[in-house]
Design a protein around this ligand. Structure first.
Ligand code: FMN
Length: 341
């Protein structure tokens, strides 16, 4: 299951309904659940209401219940750790005086509207990821996925459209990947070697769907190499349409190249089981492209496939696909964004 923010955790605390929502999917053979983004325990991480956190005993206890339900159903669960970066605005909870944090004060290319992080800010943020990952291991998550995609904080550092720093965290692709690498390193120093640590990244940004961190496989190597060297266990290549070719002169997608370059288990994602692409929230569900996913996995082009919206609408999606009960699948509609089916 792909990580999907549900905004149903008032005060940062996942409710009983949230726990049941995840448990239903584990019972229906969703093998690995990556949770919705959990805001890291840093003062500027939040940009949306009712997103879960780990910063209170109540929130931690509520996550224990979520994990218990998934484990009871023999599922595996990875917590996605998220810092919203420049999507935060003055006036937002919990402290309305705190602005969005970014590499260079930039959220969209050419426009300085946010706070440019100091070295101290960077250190505090890295520490927040590491201690939250430690909590995740203590309470029974199988691992963490660092959200480094879609224009949020880590991606804001990755992307030269928003990172114009001239210190060790800006300039070359390698420098722009330093924040991600240092977060992975700090996490690895606080968790056991069995605990899974992954990184999700994307070429596309919410601010610019056509943006690219890498224009060819060599540049992709520069983006992911240092995070991989710090001890990553998997990579999650976020695409809007998994069937699209990533680089010229090859039909293969971003997950294929990520696996080939890193040698790590890689997750592919993007409109699996849907007729139209991510962002078109009115997409209807029809599993026309499942055969390609199965074929790609059999050919070991990538290792896992994350399913997002199709699983929001129908928690039994996996079972129905497996049993070829395609006409019984509840189609994805916008309502699934607001309800915990
Ligand atoms: C309602 C919703 C919330 C999402 N929240 C997150 C999130 O918290 N973290 C993240 O990395 N991606 C998030 N995404 C992106 C999904 O993980 C996934 O990459 C995207 O929906 C494409 O997969 P799909 O076409 O199977 O839905 C979200 C998507 C949706 C529809």
């Amino acid at each position: 299951m792909a990580p999907m923010t549900r905004n149903q955790s008032p005060g940062g605390i996942p409710t009983e309904e949230v726990a049941q929502y995840y448990k239903r999917r584990a019972e229906a053979e969703v093998g690995l659940i990556i949770t919705e983004g959990i805001e890291v325990s840093h003062k500027a991480s939040s940009a949306y209401p009712n997103v879960p956190r780990l910063d209170s005993q109540k929130a931690v206890d509520a996550w224990k219940k979520v994990i218990f339900g998934i484990k009871e159903a023999e599922g595996a669960v990875i917590a996605q750790l998220w810092h919203c970066g420049g999507f935060r605005k003055i006036g937002m909870e919990p402290d309305p005086n705190i602005p969005g944090y970014t590499a260079s004060g930039i959220v969209r290319p050419g426009k300085k509207v946010a706070h440019a992080m100091t070295i101290d800010d960077i250190r505090q943020t890295i520490d927040a990821y590491a201690s939250d990952a430690r909590i995740c291991e203590e309470i029974g998550f199988d691992g963490v996925e660092i959200h480094g995609a879609h224009g949020y904080l880590i991606d804001n550092f990755f992307w030269n459209g928003t990172n114009i720093r001239n210190d060790d965290y800006g300039g070359s692709i390698k420098n722009r990947s330093r924040l991600a690498a240092e977060i992975i390193k700090a996490i690895r120093s606080k968790v056991s070697s069995e605990f899974i640590v992954g990184l999700r990244f994307s070429q596309w940004k919410q601010q610019d769907y056509a943006a690219k961190l890498a224009h060819n496989p060599d540049e992709l190597k520069d983006v992911i190499e240092s995070p991989v060297e710090e001890g990553l266990d998997f990579l999650h290549s976020s695409m809007r349409r998994f069937w699209e070719s990533e680089f010229k002169e090859s039909d293969e997608n971003l997950a294929y190249w990520t696996k080939k370059i890193s040698g790590l288990p890689t997750i592919s994602v993007g409109s699996v089981g849907l007729d139209s692409e991510f962002i078109d929230m009115s997409a209807s569900a029809s599993p026309t492209n499942i055969n390609k996913v199965i074929d790609d996995i059999n050919k070991e082009k990538y290792d896992l496939v994350a399913v997002g919206r199709a699983l929001l609408a129908d928690y039994e999606w996996v079972l129905k696909i497996k049993d070829q009960r395609l006409d019984e699948i509840n189609p994805y509609t916008k309502e699934a964004l607001y309800k915990l089916y």
